[in-house]
Design a protein around this ligand. Structure first.
Ligand code: ZN
Length: 435
């Protein structure tokens, strides 16, 4: 059987990586309209790089002997059109080349010059500001279509970009943008949901979807505030606690010590100029427990290192290092250590100053937490549904670099139970949301 020989694609001969990287870096600070604002996803790939890589992978190198003439012809027409009509849309880096082309169209008969013009176009298209400019979209989609058909694609069909580990959805999104079809899949259900929203729901429902998300988000917020208010009682000065900071504890295994060590990687609570806040350890030698003080406007000199380094715990009393293995063993025996954890500090919203700050935890906070646990137990006993009130899926028992729960004896998510989780689950169960 004869095998069809393909020309090299642009990405196999060259790519303006420096310019694309600059656009990728800049993209990180963009908030409005960027998919990164939909949901947090680690290892999110910059759209700039994906767009450039997809174009350069779908388009052949015009200077390759096997490049179809029709692609060269359309690419030449398009780049000439850009030189004549769209100079204002090009960057400084590209402009001199296109000005020269506008004065002498014959320049593009040199196939290396045509390749360079296409790479300039790709570098400028990587710019976030150009990602929705009609001229860029039209040219890129036309070149994708011509390349696809010229290289054997069925007329009228589109090339297919397949991303089996699509994650945050950058590659399939950019494939659609430049005129390809996309298949996206992922093992992680969060990634699948992200891709469905980005690739299917937003194009299909548009503003209606945004309105519904806002409406139901507000509804959940109001209901949650009503039902959870008793677990976030206002401070005497009117400020509202918004987060409770806990630390798991282990016992120092230093000879003759046995002190309680709160496990804290860092003693910083906030590290933002004048709002910098940190904890200071106060040793209670009688009880061999650590108490805390809050340092406001703290500087690096005021703040000591935490009590945890690479999984092992350093005793603030005797300086002994309890090994990571022993720490894991202790927490394993304590089923993760959530029930013996210490409430350390409270983050709060001050309505008068409008600022968020911290205070130390008090006995009242501890009672409130105990009340929340009690309420949860009552609700669990009273529940009629077969579904658990809190997520209780088994976690993968094999520990690895991402899943560290089993290492510390946590076998299911229930051990991390919180009234908030329970609340959202219940609220959503009780309300059939339709949009
Ligand atoms: Zn010790």
């Amino acid at each position: 059987m004869a095998t069809m020989k393909y020309p090299k694609r642009l990405i196999e001969v060259d790519l303006p990586i420096k310019r694309i990287s600059a656009h990728a870096r800049r993209e990180k600070s963009i908030r409005h309209g960027h998919i990164s604002t939909l949901h947090i996803w680690w290892a999110r790939r910059p759209l700039a790089a994906c767009r450039a890589v997809i174009c350069a992978s779908l388009w052949p190198d015009p200077a390759d002997d096997l490049c179809p003439d029709i692609f060269r012809k359309v690419a030449r027409e398009q780049m000439t059109r850009w030189a004549k009509n769209n100079l204002h849309l090009l960057s400084e880096d590209s402009r001199s080349r296109f000005v020269a082309i506008s004065k002498d169209e014959q320049k593009l008969d040199d196939l290396l010059e045509l390749r360079a013009a296409l790479l300039d176009f790709i570098a400028d298209f990587a710019n976030w500001d150009n990602s929705t400019v009609p001229e860029y979209l039209e040219t890129s989609r036309l070149l994708t279509q011509v390349a696809h058909e010229a290289l054997g694609g069925e007329p009228g069909s589109r090339p297919l970009v397949v991303d089996p580990f699509a994650g945050g959805g950058a590659i399939p999104l950019e494939a659609l943008r430049v005129g390809a079809d996309a298949f996206a899949s992922d093992l992680n259900p969060v990634a699948v949901l992200l891709n469905k929203v980005v690739l299917e729901y937003i194009p299909k429902y548009g503003q209606k979807l945004a309105d519904e998300v806002r409406k139901w988000g507000q509804w959940i917020k109001e209901q949650a505030e009503k039902e959870l208010a008793e677990f976030y009682p206002k401070d005497p000065d009117g400020a509202t606690p918004i987060a409770y900071l806990w630390a798991r504890v282990i016992q120092c295994e230093g000879p003759g010590c046995g002190a309680e060590i709160p496990m804290m990687r860092s003693l910083w609570l906030a590290k933002k100029g004048k709002k910098s806040t940190a904890l200071r350890l106060v040793h209670d030698h009688d009880s061999k427990k650590i108490n805390f003080e809050i340092i406001k406007n703290s500087t690096a000199n005021d703040v000591l290192t935490g009590t945890v380094a690479r999984g092992s715990a350093i005793c603030p009393f005797c300086g002994f290092t309890t090994s990571a293995k022993s720490v894991q063993e202790q927490l394993k025996n304590a089923k993760g250590g959530a029930s013996s954890a210490r409430l350390i500090a409270v983050r709060r919203d001050d309505p008068k100053s409008g600022e968020r700050g911290f205070r130390l935890a008090t006995d009242v906070d501890v009672q409130v937490a105990a009340g929340a646990i009690q309420k949860l137990k009552i609700n669990i006993q009273a529940k009629k549904s077969e579904l658990s009130l809190v997520p209780d899926e088994k976690v993968n028992p094999l520990p690895h670099s991402v899943n560290r729960l089993p290492m510390y004896g946590m076998r299911d998510l229930e051990k991390n139970n919180l009234p908030i989780k329970e609340y959202y689950k219940k609220a959503i169960d009780n309300q059939s949301v339709t949009c």
